[in-house]
Design a protein around this ligand. Structure first.
Ligand code: NDP
Length: 246
């Protein structure tokens, strides 16, 4: 039997990048997917079509994770469709990189709105709506382990997510739900590569001993394990998926 057969999994921000690879991998392992997206309807529909083509089950649901009423509807529609949600993958995120002195109020509000309020909104719904014995996988970043100028608000937002994981694990563990963070290193998506010259990408790749950046599928395999019952005893942890960068 596949490792995720029978599980219903909500992946936020699954239209592109790591979230899309995660959704495809989880579906391959037998899970039924809810593909959340913010604005990219066609990309989300393509991921659903790929999963259906491979014999899996998936629906796409639009919701801006920074808006609590949209997140509530996301959970309610997902549960209405499948009858339950077992696993929440809090992948949706953005990255604004600027020196702190150049960061505007709007930058700060947007960074924290999506990266912190987003997971807060989904965790609040998950606290009562996620099925017993489910799992939560939050997304931080290896950038919280290194000190890189211009990453101030981004790592501050991800540090908040890491702390949500620790507290939420203690709050919902009584229902058999385990909660972990995965912290990717530099990974080949638009979020990371956009606007970066190749030499910067190469320099960041050289910070791990395999001397390459991650592919979304590298992260997807880790998430698939954390979503499986085999990972149940891993709880309240922050798993680096970065080739050994930090
Ligand atoms: P991408 O920019 O490639 O994809 C972002 C995804 O998030 C898209 O599906 C997008 O949807 C969705 N999204 C953005 N804003 C919202 C919102 N308000 N509500 C719902 N969905 C939203 O990012 P990555 O795949 O690279 O990043 C995924 C996660 O991994 C993020 O949390 C990021 O911080 C983290 N991470 C990434 C690293 C990297 O190097 N790539 C390294 C470490 C961590 P739409 O298509 O509709 O816009």
């Amino acid at each position: 039997m596949k490792t995720l057969t029978g599980k219903v999994i909500l992946v936020t921000g699954a239209s592109r990048g790591i979230g899309a690879a995660v959704a495809l991998k989880l579906a391959d392992e037998g899970a039924k997917l809810i593909i959340n997206y913010a604005g990219n309807k066609e990309a989300a529909a393509e991921i659903v079509a790929k999963i259906l083509h491979n014999g899996g089950e998936a629906i796409a649901l639009q919701a801006d994770v920074s808006k609590s009423e949209e997140v509530k509807i996301l959970f309610d529609h997902g549960i209405e469709h499948y009858g339950k949600i077992d696993v929440l993958v809090n992948n949706a995120g953005i990255m604004i990189t600027k020196l702190i002195k150049d960061t505007t109020d709007e930058d700060f509000t947007r960074q924290f709105g999506i990266n912190v309020r987003g997971p807060f909104n989904t965790l609040r719904e998950a606290a009562t709506k996620l099925a017993d014995n489910g799992s939560v996988i939050n997304f931080s970043s290896t950038t919280t382990r290194v000190m890189m100028p211009t990453y101030g608000t981004y790592v501050a937002s991800k540090a908040a997510v890491e702390q949500f994981t620790r507290i939420f694990a203690k709050e919902v563990g009584v229902r058999g739900i385990n909660v972990n963070t995965v912290s990717p290193g530099p990974t080949n998506t638009e979020l990371f590569t956009k606007g970066k010259p190749q030499e910067v990408i190469d320099r960041l790749a050289s910070l791990n001993p395999f001397n390459r950046i991650g592919e979304p599928e590298d992260i997807a395999r880790v998430v698939a394990f954390l979503a499986s019952d085999d990972a149940k005893w891993i709880n309240a942890q922050n798993i680096g998926a970065n080739g050994g960068m930090a």
